[in-house]
Write a protein that binds this ligand. Structure first.
Ligand code: ADP
Length: 360
C-alpha cells in the first residue's frame, strides 16, 4: 500500500489532520495491515501452527498486526460455553509460547470489540443466501451437526469478513482451508466499495511459503483439526509419549514394490509432516529409501516422532508456564483490545459516513 493510499484509508492518522504528529508516525505509514484469528474450541495443533501462527510471528516484525481469539465464531459450533474461559486462556498462552509478541501485535478477544457486530450487520446486507449455502465449510458443518444448522453458521464467512475489514487489513495469514472464505471476503469488499465508497482494501490469504499450507491428519484422511480426529492430530500440548504413540499409529502399508513409484496419499502425508520438522538430510534419506524400495516405515515414523517431540515439547513447556500467570494474560488481552478498538472505531466512522448513515 502506498503511503498516500494509506492516508486515504486511515484518516484517523491522516497527517493533514494530525499535523505536527506527522513526523513521529511516518514510520507506520507504509505498513500494511495484517489480521487473523483462531477459534478457542480446543487445544492448538500443528495445523494451526504451520497454517497460521508461524506466519504471525514473522509478520509481526514487519506489519501492523491484529490477531484475535475468535470466541464468537466458536459459538456457531460450540454453544456450550462451560470450557470457553479455559480455552481462551489456552489459545492466548499457546500463541505466545509459539512466539507471538503482544508488545508488537494487538492480541485480543473478538467479543471485546463491539464494532464487529455492527459491521457484520452491514455486510450481511451484501451477502446472499444462495452463495452462503454453497460454502464448503458450511456444507461440512451441516453434515457433522445436522441438528444445529444455525444462521450464525451460515453467515460465518460474513463475520470473518467483518473481523478482517474492521481493521482495513490487506493480508490474512491462514491455512488452505480458509481460501474460500477469503474469496468471499473479497466479494463483500468489492460490493461495499462499489455500492458506497472505496473504503476497504481487498484482503488476500497470506503465507510466507509459495503455497497455502494444509497440514494433513495422521490417519491419511483430511486435515489436523482442533475438534475432530483427535488421535490423528498432534496438539501443541501433547506430552512426548503421546506424540510418539500418535506418530507410530500413522497409516502405512507394506512399502513400494517398484522403484520410483508414486507415493500413495497417506505416505505422501508422512513425508509432508517430515518436511515441517525434520532436517533436509533425513528427508532425503527416506525419499531415496522409498524410491529404491528399501524404506522401513517403522524407522521413518520413529524418526518423525523424535523430530516432532523436539519441535513440540519446548512450546508445550512454555505454554504451561504462561497459563499459570492469569494476571499477565489479562493484561495482554486488555492491551490488545484497547488497540483493536481504536482501529475499529476509526474504520466505523468512515463506514457510516460512506453508507450515508450520518444525518447531520
Ligand atoms: P480448527 O480447524 O482446528 O478449529 P481454526 O478454524 O480455529 O482451526 O483455524 C485457525 C487457523 O489455523 C486458520 O488460519 C486455519 O487456516 C489454520 N488451520 C487449521 N487447521 C489447519 C491445518 N490442518 N493445516 C493448515 N492450517 C490449518
Amino acid at each position: 500500500m502506498s503511503a498516500q493510499f494509506y492516508y486515504l484509508r486511515r484518516p484517523d492518522i491522516n497527517p493533514a489532520i494530525v499535523g505536527l504528529r506527522r513526523l513521529s508516525i511516518r514510520k507506520n505509514m507504509n505498513k500494511k495491515i495484517v489480521m487473523s484469528g483462531i477459534r478457542p474450541t480446543g487445544f492448538l495443533h500443528l495445523g494451526n501452527y504451520f497454517g497460521a501462527i508461524r506466519n504471525y510471528v514473522r509478520l509481526q516484525e514487519e506489519f501492523e498486526c491484529y490477531f484475535m481469539v475468535a470466541d464468537l465464531h466458536s459459538l456457531t459450533t460450540h454453544p456450550d460455553t462451560s470450557e470457553l474461559k479455559s480455552n481462551v486462556h489456552r489459545v492466548l498462552a499457546e500463541n505466545i509460547a509459539c512466539g507471538l509478541d503482544p508488545e508488537k501485535a494487538a492480541f485480543y478477544c473478538q467479543s471485546h470489540i463491539h464494532e464487529t457486530g455492527e459491521l457484520y450487520l452491514y455486510l450481511n446486507m451484501l451477502a446472499y443466501k444462495g452463495e452462503l449455502e454453497k460454502t464448503v465449510t458450511f456444507k461440512d458443518k451441516v453434515r457433522q451437526s445436522p441438528d444445529n444448522v444455525n444462521a450464525g453458521l451460515l453467515t460465518y464467512p460474513v463475520l470473518q469478513a467483518a473481523d478482517i475489514v474492521l481493521h482495513r487489513a490487506s493480508y490474512v495469514p491462514v491455512g488452505k482451508d480458509q481460501e474460500q472464505h477469503l474469496e468471499m471476503a473479497r466479494t463483500y469488499v468489492n460490493r461495499f466499495n462499489h455500492r458506497y465508497k472505496e473504503v476497504f482494501p481487498e484482503p488476500i490469504a497470506f503465507n510466507y511459503s509459495e503455497e497455502l499450507i494444509k497440514v494433513p491428519s495422521l490417519d491419511g484422511t483430511g486435515k489436523m483439526s482442533k475438534s475432530e480426529n483427535q488421535m490423528a492430530t498432534l496438539y501443541l500440548a501433547d506430552d512426548d509419549d503421546t506424540i510418539r504413540k500418535k506418530v507410530m499409529k500413522a497409516k502405512t502399508d507394506g512399502g513400494p514394490t517398484e522403484i520410483n513409484s508414486i507415493k500413495p496419499d497417506f505416505i505422501a502425508n508422512i513425508f509432508q509432516l517430515m518436511k515441517l520438522v525434520s532436517s533436509d538430510e533425513v528427508i532425503a534419506k527416506f525419499d531415496a529409501d522409498f524410491n529404491n524400495c528399501t524404506i522401513r516405515y517403522g524407522d521413518m515414523k520413529k524418526q518423525l516422532g523424535e523430530d516432532m517431540v523436539k519441535f513440540i515439547s519446548p512450546i508445550r513447556q512454555k505454554a504451561t508456564d504462561i497459563l499459570t500467570n492469569e494476571e499477565y494474560l489479562k493484561e495482554v488481552m486488555e492491551k490488545g483490545a484497547a488497540k483493536a478498538r481504536r482501529s475499529a472505531a476509526a474504520t466505523m466512522e468512515i463506514v457510516r459516513e460512506a453508507m450515508g448513515l450520518k444525518y447531520f
